[in-house]
Write a protein that binds this ligand. Sequence first.
Ligand code: 13P
Ligand code: SF4
Length: 317
Amino acid sequence: VAADQAWREEVLRLAAEQDAVVLAHNYQLPEIQDVAHHTGDSLALSRIAAESTAATIIFCGVHFMAETAKILSPEKRVLIPDARAGCSLADSITAEQLREWKAEHPGAVVVSYVNTTAAVKAETDICCTSSNAVDVVRSIPADREVLFLPDQFLGAHVQRETGRKNLHIWAGECHVHAGINGAELAERAAAAPEAELFIHPECGCATSALYLAGEGAVPAEKVRILSTGGMLDAARATSAASVLVATEVGMLHQLRQAAPDVDFRAVNDRASCRYMKMITPAALLRCLREGLDEVHVDPDTASQARSAVRRMIEIGR
Ligand code: 13P
Ligand code: SF4
């Protein structure tokens, strides 16, 4: 405990000395979430990064999140404690593949999830996150074709919510969320009939949950499809005694702090993102001491990507 306290104090001292703000995604290790100046979902953290007056942003999350902060604030120094923290979803489409897809649908509006590389964002009209994807697609005139990428499950959620027929969805997925399957969810829900279900739209089981609700196997009002930030708002407001959570397990830490009286359980307790967990306490300290790893985005790519990212942080405010 004394060592933890010394680590915390050192992190905060070095951050203050360098005029650095430490941001942590909701999937980070508990000690990283607790030391950060701000914790949140990818949309909230992008907004904080854009508005911050700090000289340095230390992004405890995955690489595309730090890149997004750099695109929004090219004049700031942006650091990530381990540049190898990638994302299987962001890797599921390249800029070249997107250019080919656009050529097949001339005139379509390209909506990319924030979980994409800067090069893909540079080919994008509007970025979105899981908390505003539906609003972003609704903002596009109904007669325009939409290319939605890269997550097929988030795409299916947007299609259900908007009822849009001219939405084409890329077949990418996040290995962590896709692995939380419908059979597992059905089993957990049957064993805990009183529990509410909080389900991230990237989950393969989101469709199954709605199917179960349609079949009457779980009450429809208990099924909530939510971004990680949306889960926290729902946790503070819930009257349920227990909640089954279908997302990356790091989320449980924030949920338990937000609503200590509620029993939060993971639908799949192996749903841990190895990239998010690369940001260790030792890596954060090294980052602050050595200024590593610095995130660079090619200035031309950043300027082509900037308007799509700016539209993302404006929509759904
Ligand atoms: P949100 O924080 O936007 O819900 O994102 C989830 C995610 O998988 C980020 O990698
Ligand atoms: Fe990417 Fe999935 Fe990890 Fe989120 S949980 S960072 S989408 S691999």
